[in-house]
Design a protein around this ligand. Structure first.
Ligand code: MIC
Ligand code: SF4
Length: 649
């Protein structure tokens, strides 16, 4: 039986477990890690707590791309801390302004056939060059930096068989929007999406990476393309041909599921508010007036995307009602557009040129007006994520975004007269790594001191799980609750990422602004949720801050992968209903009692609803004794310390 590419990479990195059995626990070696600033401060505080002198990975990189608005000392404190930590512990540091982590990593560091663990859910962007790239919570990344394997359940592998070629003005974003339309935001949970077929030959690395990037919105563990001649071409332009190796599935590879997409039949698509899977043909929503257009993010800000934008905008003007902005994916891309003149048509059209950073994608500026329609090339349109609670965000390709910016209403680019869009790729990109700071040599590292401003607060910890859990249901929510609901981002809250006591005041703010106060007053309690609880970002703050507020257990119908891992890491008991109907019976305010003294892997627990005198059966969605021991210990850090698993050197 032939192997698919995912199985090959996992087999080559396997430390523990049986990769032939989907769903069974495995542990794999991690070659590279990446962090970004919004999750990185916690990840490095955790790494420090492990007591090592140096990272043990082949390569680790710390990026600053999220918290770039410096309206006070907070973000600047974080940047200084991150830079010093990186210098001391053997980590490369990509300075603010150098670009979005996933884009820069693709350009300068990723390598086919390797494993990458990143404290950001869009880490699978590097699957575009044939890497097995996985998003995780900061603590899991800290452990990987300490040389620990990454633990996950062996994913199912889905073959996404692409045939045909895309029509003009239909692009990679439409491919992944089509996958989202078919599978929904929970369709990828527990799976790796592996793209194959003759259709991939017409997709360059930037297009492939747009597709693997937004696999995160399917809830997938990762997404990957083979490494082929097209990958080599990309790496040559980056003067990195030496890291190239071909990687492909065997011709008779077997898959757990198969999807086929004929690229030549795809339309221009758009995800409507407030979910990335609410996908419709653009022509169905055409005519909706737009207030804002934003182009950028780790999904759609490559050289290919921005040159397309530039050529489409040549000689055109942004519609008077539209405010338009561009966030280049990296300094390299921006530089290239300056050198070849590509930036001029964009500036002349009236687009605002913003920093090479996440920017508006994470609500760091450029929030839309109240009740406004914002059309974005980004990957998430959850309610409130733009920074404006009452606004309507649509997600589309750069082609649709440009057409909309010019027309002032949502527009299919094929309905305007753009002619043929053509541009060439430079033989070699303008490579300038001066904004990537190499770490100190090992013998100098000891003397490096770390700047720790007042925004850097110590890590909170949790006590071991006691014999019983008591308290009330603090909040009951529905399906598909995102980490943006649990722990909002945006310009006001993001600067508090290294200050858990402060940031915890915003937990569930957009769902119920009284939550944090009530949780504190009650000395903690429970949260009840529906399906796919915790989808979206990898932010461990969505577990850490509720833990700080005393949340003891979360009872839901099902969990999203990264959030579940984060809950376990921070000692919050994740439970799912054996009978989903029980979800309907519990109400906010009900007093619950859970006897955890006899807790065991695989056997259900009983939740007693003291208010209603009812009993519900619940289970832990965990597969290993290790995970149970972590929960009993009050989280991974306590567990690791108790067991002395990490040996400092
Ligand atoms: C996001 O897109 O939501 C983020 C911000 O990049 C997050 C990480 C974070 O919350 O810091 C992600 O996708 O993991
Ligand atoms: Fe940054 Fe947005 Fe990408 Fe998250 S999704 S890494 S906020 S650009």
């Amino acid at each position: 039986m032939g192997l698919n590419l995912t199985q090959k990479i996992i087999r080559d990195h396997l430390i523990e477990g049986d990769w032939t059995k989907p769903g069974s626990p495995i542990a794999i070696r991690i070659d590279q890690t990446l962090t970004q600033d919004a999750t990185g401060t916690m990840a490095y505080l955790q790494f420090e707590a492990l007591g090592l002198k140096r990272v043990k990975t082949e390569l680790s990189v710390s990026y600053v791309d999220h918290n770039m608005l410096q309206t006070g000392f907070e973000n600047a404190d974080d940047h200084a801390f991150l830079q010093d930590i990186a210098y001391k512990y053997g980590i490369y540091f990509s300075k603010p302004g150098n670009g979005i982590c996933h884009q820069v990593h693709l350009e300068r560091f990723g390598r086919p056939g390797g494993t990458l663990l990143g404290s950001d859910s869009h880490t699978p962007t590097n699957g575009g060059i044939g890497m097995l790239a996985i998003g995780a919570g900061g603590l899991d990344v800290a452990l990987a930096m300490a040389g620990e394997p990454f633990r996950l359940n062996m994913p199912k592998v889905v073959k996404v068989h692409l045939v045909g070629t895309l029509r003009d003005f239909v692009s990679a974003k439409d491919v992944i929007l089509e996958v989202l339309r078919r599978l929904t935001v929970k369709g990828g949970v527990g799976k790796v999406m592996e793209y194959v077929g003759e259709g991939i030959l017409s997709l360059g690395v930037p297009e492939r990476s747009t597709i693997t990037n937004m696999g995160a919105e399917l809830g997938a563990t990762s997404s990957i393309f083979p490494s082929d001649e097209i990958t080599l071409e990309f790496l040559k332009r980056q003067k990195r041909a030496d890291v190239w190796k071909p990687y492909a599935p065997d011709p008779d590879a077997e898959y757990d599921e198969v999807i086929e997409i004929d690229l030549s039949t795809l339309d221009c698509l758009i995800a409507c508010p407030h979910s990335p899977d609410n996908v419709k043909p653009v022509r169905e929503v055409a005519g909706k007036l737009a207030d804002q257009v934003a182009i950028g993010s780790c999904t759609n800000s490559s050289y290919r995307d921005l040159m397309t934008v530039s050529e489409m905008l040549r000689g055109k003007t942004v519609h008077p009602r539209v405010s338009a902005a561009l966030f280049p994916g990296s300094r390299q891309i921006l530089n290239q557009l300056i050198l070849n003149g590509g930036i001029a048509p964009i500036v002349q059209s009236g687009f605002r040129i913003m920093e090479s950073a996440c920017g508006a994608c994470i609500g760091m500026g450029f929030a839309p007006p109240t009740g406004g329609v914002t059309v974005r090339t980004f990957n998430r349109n959850f309610e409130g994520r733009t920074g404006t609670k009452f606004a309507f965000a649509y997600l589309c390709s750069p082609e649709v975004a440009v057409a909309t910016a010019i027309a002032g209403e949502i527009t299919d680019p094929r309905d305007l007269n753009f002619g043929k869009i053509q541009f060439s790729f430079p033989e070699e990109f303008f490579i300038d790594d001066s904004n990537i700071i190499a770490p100190a040599k090992e013998d100098e590292a000891e003397n490096v001191s770390i700047r720790r401003g007042p925004n850097i607060q110590p890590l909170p910890t949790r006590e071991p799980l006691g014999k019983e859990l008591n308290g009330s249901v603090l909040l009951k929510v529905g399906d598909n609750i995102t980490t943006d609901h649990i722990m909002p981002a945006g310009a006001k809250v993001l600067p508090l990422r290294s200050n858990i006591p402060k940031i915890s005041e915003y937990v569930f703010e957009i769902v119920d602004p009284t939550f944090a106060k009530r949780a504190k007053e009650a000395g903690g309690g429970f949260v009840v949720g529906g399906n796919n609880y915790g989808q979206g970002s990898s932010r461990e703050h969505a577990a850490l801050a509720p833990m700080y507020l005393g949340v003891k257990a979360v009872l839901v119908k099902s969990f999203a992968r990264i959030h579940l891992a984060n809950l376990i890491n921070f000692g919050i008991l994740p439970l799912f209903f054996v009978n989903e109907k029980d979800y309907d019976l519990i109400e906010q305010g009900d007093e619950l009692h859970i006897d955890v003294s006899s807790i065991q892997l695989d056997s259900p627990l009983t939740v007693v609803n003291l208010t209603k005198n009812q009993h519900y059966l619940v289970k832990l969605p965990i597969t290993s004794q290790r995970q149970l021991d972590i929960l009993l210990a009050g989280g991974t850090l306590s567990y690791v310390k108790q067991k002395g698993v990490i040996h400092s050197s």
